[in-house]
Design a protein around this ligand. Structure first.
Ligand SMILES: NC(=O)C1=CN([C@@H]2O[C@H](COP(=O)(O)OP(=O)(O)OC[C@H]3O[C@@H](n4cnc5c(N)ncnc54)[C@H](O)[C@@H]3O)[C@@H](O)[C@H]2O)C=CC1
Ligand SMILES: O=C(CO)COP(=O)(O)O
Length: 340
C-alpha cells in the first residue's frame, strides 16, 4: 500500500503538534513549522510545546523550525494546521516553497483547520486552492479529536476526505494506526462544513450549560444544529450522509458536551454572564467558533440557508444581543416538520 514517508506539518499549536506526534507514531519523518521561533526551539530541543500543548512529551524525532522553506523542503505531503483565519496568509507564503512530487506535480495538502474565512465566506479548501500552486491535490482531515488525547495516543477516529480515492487511501496509510483510525470519504465539502459549524454549535451548547437550561435543551440544540450543518453542506455541494459521520455528528457530540472544548467552555462563560471578548482576552489558544459564527451569518444569508442557532450565536458574541431575549427568540420560532 502506498504512503508518504516525509511530512511537513504547518502550524505548531495543539493540533499540529498532536498530528506530528501521530505521524511519528505511524513511522513517518516530520518537520513542524511554528509561527513563533520559541515554540520551534522548545519542540526541537525540549521535545515539548509548553505554550500550546502543555504536559505532553513529544516524540524526540519531531524537528521544528520557524522557517517555512526549511519545513517544506523534501516533504511528500503537507498538513495545514494553522488557525483558519491565518491559513490563506501562511498558505500563500508556503506556496513559494511548495515541494514538487512525482512528475513535477505539487505535493498534496491536507487541511486540518476547522473554520470559514471571515472576509470571503470561503471554506479552507477554497482558500487553499486560491493560494497554493495550481494543481495541488487537496484533502481534509476532520473529526472528534481533542489534541491532548490524540497526542497521548488515546483511541481516536477521524474522517479523511479526498476526491481522489487513491490519494485518500495513501493519506490514510500515512497517518493511520490502531489509536488513530481515519475513515475515508470523497466529500471534502461535507467534511469541512461539519468541522467548521460544529464549533459555533458548541458555543451554543456551552451557553445552554452556563445558563442552566438543562440537558434536554442541549440535546435539542445538537439535533437541530445537525440540521443546520446538513442544510449548509448540501447548499455548498456536500452530501448529507457525510454530516452523519465523524466529521459532523461525531465532532458535534464531542465538542458540544466537554469542557475540554475551547468553544464549549467559552459558551459556558458567556452563559454565566461574561462577554466573549472578556473570555478571548484571557486566552492564547484559538476559539474558532467565534469568527466562524460571523462568517456563517453572512454565508447563510447569501445562500438563503436557514441557520437560526448559528445566527443567534453570532448575535450574542458579536452584536451584543441580550442573552435571554435571543434564547427566547429561538424558543418562539414557529413549529415545523422535523425533517425541514
Ligand atoms: N486543538 C484541538 O484539539 C484541535 C484543533 N483543530 C483545529 O486546528 C486549527 C489550529 O488549532 P490549534 O492547533 O488548536 O491552535 P492553538 O490554539 O493550539 O494555537 C494557536 C496557533 O495559532 C498560531 N498563530 C498565532 N498567530 C498566528 C499567525 N499570525 N499566523 C499563523 N499562525 C499563528 C500559533 O502559533 C499556534 O500554532 C484550528 O482550526 C482548530 O479548530 C482541529 C482539531 C482538534
Ligand atoms: O475540534 C476540536 C475537537 O474535535 C477542538 O475543539 P475546540 O477548538 O472547541 O477545543
Amino acid at each position: 500500500m502506498q504512503y508518504f514517508t516525509r511530512l511537513a506539518v504547518i502550524g505548531a499549536g495543539a493540533w499540529g503538534s498532536a498530528l506530528a506526534q501521530t505521524a511519528r507514531r505511524a513511522g513517518r519523518q516530520v518537520c513542524l513549522w511554528a509561527h513563533e521561533p520559541e515554540t520551534a526551539r522548545a519542540i526541537t530541543e525540549d521535545h515539548a510545546n509548553p505554550d500550546y500543548l502543555p504536559d505532553v512529551a513529544l516524540d524526540p524525532g519531531i524537528t521544528a523550525t520557524a522557517d517555512l522553506a526549511q519545513a517544506l523542503a523534501g516533504a511528500e505531503a503537507v498538513l495545514l494546521v494553522t488557525p483558519a483565519q491565518h491559513l490563506a496568509t501562511v498558505g500563500a507564503q508556503a506556496a513559494a516553497h511548495w515541494p514538487l512530487g512525482r512528475g513535477g506535480r505539487p505535493v498534496p495538502a491536507v487541511i486540518c483547520a476547522k473554520g470559514i474565512a471571515l472576509d470571503s465566506g470561503r471554506l479552507m479548501s477554497q482558500e487553499a486552492a486560491r493560494v497554493l500552486p495550481a494543481g495541488t491535490p487537496l484533502a481534509a482531515l476532520s473529526g472528534p479529536t481533542f489534541a491532548a488525547e490524540v497526542a497521548r495516543g488515546l483511541p481516536t477516529a477521524v474522517t479523511l476526505a479526498c476526491a481522489d480515492a487513491e490519494l485518500g487511501a495513501a493519506l490514510v496509510e500515512t497517518l493511520g494506526g490502531p489509536s488513530f483510525r481515519p475513515y475515508l470519504s470523497d466529500d471534502l465539502i461535507g467534511a469541512e462544513v461539519g468541522g467548521a459549524v460544529k464549533n459555533v454549535l458548541a458555543i451554543a451548547c456551552g451557553i445552554v450549560e452556563g445558563r442552566g437550561l438543562g440537558d434536554n435543551a442541549r440535546a435539542a440544540l445538537i439535533t437541530r444544529g445537525l440540521a443546520e450543518i446538513t442544510r449548509l453542506a448540501v447548499a455548498l455541494g456536500g452530501q448529507p450522509g457525510t454530516v452523519m459521520g465523524l466529521c459532523g455528528l461525531g465532532d458535534l457530540m464531542l465538542t458540544a458536551s466537554s469542557l475540554q472544548s475551547r468553544n464549549y467552555s467559552l459558551g459556558v462563560a458567556v452563559g454565566q454572564g461574561h462577554s466573549a471578548a472578556q473570555v478571548m482576552a484571557g486566552r492564547r489558544a484559538v476559539t474558532e467558533g467565534v469568527s466562524t459564527a460571523q462568517a456563517l451569518a453572512g454565508l447563510a444569508e447569501t445562500l438563503g440557508v436557514e441557520m437560526p442557532i448559528c445566527q443567534a450565536v453570532n448575535a450574542i458574541v458579536h452584536q451584543d444581543a441580550d442573552l435571554d431575549d435571543t434564547i427566547s427568540g429561538l424558543l418562539n420560532r414557529p413549529f415545523k416538520m422535523e425533517g425541514n
